[in-house]
Design a protein around this ligand. Structure first.
Ligand code: PNS
Length: 164
């Protein structure tokens, strides 16, 4: 069984992430969404909140599961009997960071391969960071994140529930 690990902060998961996950499931039999636990980065949503939202979103995606990891990603990948790191690529600005990370991960564990999927043009500008910024200022994030996430963002920032 070919298993891929899709790691990230997922603070929160966006439709761009979901698209990469769905497409990953066309290639791999199992994709584990692996939420990185970084004690230095607290984030907007707690780890349990992120897991709850991801669990809801992947409920109808056979082959998808969610987990957390701390420490080195390559160690986690090996611990779940995988040798694939799945990542999405948006603009050129992602490239430098992703390239550096892929090379470091390769240096740490040569057996582990990084696989990149180009984001769908619809999600080219969507990132967790820009979503949080828009939501914090009262912007509507519907259509850019799963419904459960849009609702949680409104709750987080004390905005009224969606009317239509
Ligand atoms: O969604 P993000 O924040 O771009 O994800 C980054 C992530 C979690 C994939 C990256 O920070 C990571 O792999 N962290 C685990 C620690 C690690 O293995 N670092 C060394 C490899 S460069």
């Amino acid at each position: 069984m070919k298993i891929a690990v899709y790691p990230g902060s997922f603070d929160p998961i966006t439709n761009g992430h979901l698209s990469i996950l769905r497409r990953g499931l066309d290639i791999f039999e199992r994709v584990i969404v692996a939420v990185a636990v970084n004690p230095e980065k607290s984030g907007l949503f707690s780890i349990p909140e992120r897991l709850e939202m991801i669990n809801e979103v992947i409920a109808n995606l056979p082959g998808a599961s969610v987990d957390t990891f701390d420490g080195l990603l390559v160690d986690y990948v090996e611990s779940v009997n995988s040798n694939v790191i799945l990542r999405g690529l948006r603009a050129m600005s992602d490239f430098e960071y992703e390239f550096q990370m892929a090379l470091m991960n390769r240096r740490l564990k040569r057996r582990v391969q990084s696989v990149f999927l180009m984001t769908d043009y619809k999600w080219f500008y969507v990132s967790s960071t820009i979503i949080k910024e828009a939501a914090a200022l009262g912007g509507d994030t519907n259509g850019l994140v799963p419904q459960v996430v849009a609702r949680r963002l409104r709750e987080k920032f004390g905005l009224p529930p969606k009317t239509k």
